[in-house]
Design a protein around this ligand. Structure first.
Ligand code: SF4
Length: 350
């Protein structure tokens, strides 16, 4: 039965595989980059980023040697920036500790920054033909349905069971194709909610299809609602430049934002709040609308304020007054989209 399912899935893959720029090559670096970009991100979004990234950093050595700011700039808009920072750090580790050769052993791969069990499995199977599973959310869904696992997949013992089931499915012949076939099946056929079982090559070996409860699986852990945060985003102008701050917090670390104050100030209170936070004297404060950005675990509810600092103002530590051209070269997160558009407009008008 297992061999029959493997064959059915590989036959389906041969006819239905998506044409993707990172497919059909045995290059661990490309697999690593693509799988990192694909985490939490749609294939169509990744395509353009992948091409630009590989053009700028064609080898693991080129990536290792690049400044982090350049790596973040190429990642701008893709989100989950810790992926970029870890990939960069991992490339440096590969160069320093593995003479520039990405290892094929999954345990060794997992020692590298940014490579977890899923990416290790993807690299080992796709680039090196090792019969190792690559278990992501798609594969969890497909396997829990195939095997009829009706327990909460957030429970560690259930997760281990799923991983063991996934491992037992991977054939020694074409393991990389098999893993990619499972990914494709999970994203196009065995989708969340109601799957398209009538189009599925595996319906003959699927427990959930036989029992008619595929749309209830997998049983997922309950999620906490994201935390609502309020920020006043301060667009502080000085002699045709604008103040920006490079974040040092774990979230969006290394990216550039307009200075932010927590809470909700008013136009009249902002000069005092800005002086207290950054020792800057500002005037002509005005409100310029609101913006909102939803992250996985938090929501930023932002009010945008424009204000003027004196022409020769000194930037506080960790911040810089930048010209429009300099701003263009910085990696700015999507959360700042509205603030950035306003900043561009303001600087043009200076
Ligand atoms: Fe998923 Fe349906 Fe295929 Fe089972 S038969 S693997 S539930 S699409």
């Amino acid at each position: 039965m297992k061999e029959q399912c493997q064959r059915l899935l590989l036959d389906w893959y041969d006819k239905n595989a998506r044409e993707l720029p990172w497919r059909g090559i045995h290059d661990p670096y490309r697999t690593w980059v693509s799988e990192t970009m694909l985490q939490q991100t749609r294939v169509e979004t990744v395509r353009g980023y992948y091409d630009r990234f590989l053009k700028r950093f064609p080898t693991v050595q080129a990536l290792a040697e690049a400044p982090q700011d350049d790596v973040l700039k190429l990642w701008e808009g893709l989100g989950y920036y810790s992926r970029a920072r870890n990939l960069h750090k991992g490339a440096q580790q590969v160069v320093e500790q593995y003479a520039g050769v990405i290892p094929s052993d999954p345990a060794e791969l997992r020692r590298i920054s940014g490579i977890g069990p899923y990416t290790a499995g993807a690299i080992a199977s796709i680039a090196y033909d090792r019969p190792i599973p690559a278990v992501d959310g798609n594969v969890i869904r497909v396997v829990s349905r195939l095997r009829g696992i009706r327990e909460n997949v957030g429970v560690p013992s259930v997760r281990r069971l799923l991983e063991a089931e996934a491992a037992s499915l991977v054939p020694s012949n074409r393991p990389g194709d098999f893993n990619q076939a499972l990914m494709d099946l999970g994203s196009g056929v065995c989708v969340p909610g109601t799957p398209s079982c009538e189009r599925c090559p595996l319906k003959g070996c699927c427990a959930a299809f036989a029992d008619g409860d595929a749309d209830e699986l997998p049983v997922l852990p309950r999620k906490n609602p994201p935390r609502q945060l309020r920020y006043d985003v301060c667009l502080i102008l000085s002699g045709g430049r604008i103040l920006m701050r490079q974040r040092t917090e774990a979230m969006l670390s290394g990216l550039w934002v307009y200075p932010m104050l927590e809470g909700q100030n008013t136009v009249s209170r902002l000069p005092a709040a800005v002086r207290k936070a950054w020792k800057l004297t500002v005037s002509s404060v005005r409100a310029e609308g609101e913006a909102r950005h939803v992250f996985t675990h938090q929501v930023w509810n932002m009010r945008l304020y424009v204000m003027e600092a004196e022409e020769q103002a000194h930037a506080p530590a960790g911040m810089r007054f930048v010209s429009p051209e300099e701003m263009e070269a910085l990696a700015i997160p999507t959360a700042m989209r509205a603030a950035r558009a306003l900043a561009v407009k303001l600087l043009r008008g200076c």
